[in-house]
Design a protein around this ligand. Structure first.
Ligand code: DC
Length: 212
């Protein structure tokens, strides 16, 4: 179980996918799971700032976890809203749903269930601190705000990353934090090959240490 946490646009997805592919592990994007609930609320006209309403929706929605091509998907009514969860509307709504304790409890349970699919590379904000705090393989990615904003813009997404990071870091439940024993990688001036190479080298080093 490899946990990759960090700030928005710090390269978590790109590097988690590269690491998963190199090791033959299953990739899990937990942000996509929170985004799926935000999208579901918007679609069903549920006010994302109404914690009671969102919690109630989260209790009732019909979801399933599946693994397709080495990646875990959270389906809603059998549907995978791959494109819909990437819209600016969903991005703006997601920190609200992610701040609700009962929602986080539900998500953590689903995320732990992903071990049924095999060895995991899981990316998010609280994987090393809250979802799998006992893992020996924790990474925390970060980069300068200007660099992260540049990366998002290059992807065609305009977003106030500073505001989202602030919300994610200051919420009461499972805020974004560096996990105990996590290796911190600031990749402002690194390529994804270099970043994932560093993660893989560290994983192999720790694996060898565990076997000894
Ligand atoms: O990584 P992302 O941008 O897709 O994450 C979407 C949002 O979900 C982000 O605002 C933080 C939140 N999130 C979280 O609170 N905990 C996680 N494990 C993953 C994401």
């Amino acid at each position: 179980m490899i946990a990759i946490d960090g700030t928005s646009a710090s390269g978590k997805s790109t590097n988690a996918k590269l690491v998963a592919r190199a090791l033959g592990y299953i990739y899990v994007d937990t942000g996509a799971m929170y985004r799926t609930l935000a999208w579901y609320c918007l679609k069903n006209r549920i006010d994302v700032s109404d914690a009671k309403a969102v919690t109630s929706a989260c209790r009732k929605w019909k979801t399933s976890l599946v693994c397709v091509d080495g990646r875990v998907r959270l389906l809603v009514g059998g549907y995978y809203p791959e494109k819909e969860v990437r819209t600016p509307e969903t991005a703006a709504a997601v920190p609200h749903v992610a701040a609700i304790p009962q929602v986080r409890k539900w998500m953590v349970k689903r995320q732990r269930e992903c071990v049924q699919f095999g060895n995991l590379v899981m990316e998010g904000r609280d994987i090393g601190t809250n979802v799998f705090p006992e893992t020996d393989f924790k990474f925390y990615l970060d980069a300068k705000l200007e660099e992260r904003s540049r990366r998002r813009a290059a992807d065609g997404v305009q977003e106030n990353l500073a505001a989202r990071d602030q919300r994610d870091s200051q919420r009461a439940t499972a805020p974004l934090m560096i996990g105990l024993g996590a290796k911190v990688i600031n990749n402002s001036s690194m390529t994804s090959e270099q970043t994932s190479g560093l993660i893989l080298a560290e994983v192999r080093r720790r694996l060898a240490a565990v076997k000894r």
